[in-house]
Design a protein around this ligand. Structure first.
Ligand code: HPA
Length: 256
């Protein structure tokens, strides 16, 4: 099954038919997931900030969310994130396919391998974002004429504050493409569960210091405009979704 996790400015999937919300209890807490279908294919939709955007990025229960999708039989996740851009060539409205990340978050529950009965594990991050799934996302975007910038490096910050201009300069120097608050540990937890994870970032603003002040309202406004394109992309992905996976995400030897 295909799972969609979306964030700021993307709170409902209009394409979801026969949708009903399920409150899934996991060992890590509860997650609210909308289950439905599109052209007869089952879909799970999880708005990570909860109803009415009530959960800030640092308090999202990433472990419960990923475990809930896993327990429902989701094998591939498409994550959608609102981000700031670290490059003038990627102005607001740009869509970026993410290929790697830099993690500046702290204090988040970021692993299932907590020792003791839960075990000790060290998941490989050689390909944090499934290459095969990225290809499918890219070809879906091409089919419908949506431009996706490739090889994006997602800089994950703790939030909920925006960055300082010096931080933005540093992230750009380190090789970041976009900056957001929710991409990590989501991607790592999906890897620990053996799921294919892909992410499309929507640039809602230039990074701090590259533009005038950033406001949350502006972020939501740009997301609202991008939603139509995202919905078409999701429809294309869902319509062509196949259960078989030709990748190493579910195996012990990722990327081999
Ligand atoms: N920084 C961090 N997260 C964001 C931004 C930003 O500029 N825009 C949207 N989400």
């Amino acid at each position: 099954m295909l799972g969609i996790i979306a964030g700021t400015g993307f709170y409902e999937m209009k394409m979801l038919q026969n949708a009903k919300v399920e409150h899934i209890a996991t060992a890590y807490g509860n997650a609210a997931v909308y289950l439905g279908e599109y052209l007869g294919k089952k879909l799970a939709f999880l708005p990570r900030h909860g109803k009415g955007h009530s959960i800030p990025p640092h308090l999202v229960n990433y472990r419960a969310n990923i475990e809930a999708l896993n327990s429902l039989g989701v094998k591939r996740i498409l994550a959608i994130n609102a981000v700031g851009s670290l490059k003038y060539e990627l102005p607001p409205g740009s869509l970026v396919l993410i290929n790697d990340f830099l993690d500046f978050t702290y204090g988040r529950e970021h692993t299932y391998f907590t020792g003791g009965e839960a075990g000790v594990g060290h998941v490989s991050m050689c390909e944090p974002y499934c290459k095969a799934w990225q290809k499918e996302i890219l070809s879906a975007a091409k089919n419908i004429g949506i431009e996706l910038f490739q090889n994006g490096v997602y800089v994950a910050t703790q939030g909920p504050r925006f960055e300082s201009p010096a931080e933005i300069k540093m992230f750009a120097m380190l090789g970041g493409t976009v900056v957001g608050m929710t991409g990590v540990p989501e991607v790592c937890l999906a890897a620990e569960k053996g799921l294919c994870y892909g992410a499309v970032s929507v640039v809602t603003n230039l990074g701090s210091g590259m533009t005038d002040n950033i406001a949350h309202g502006e972020v939501v406004g740009v997301m609202n405009k991008a939603n139509a394109a995202l919905e078409i992309l999701l429809e294309e992905l869902a319509a062509n979704y196949k259960a078989e996976r030709n990748c190493t995400c579910g195996s012990d030897s990722r990327c081999v």
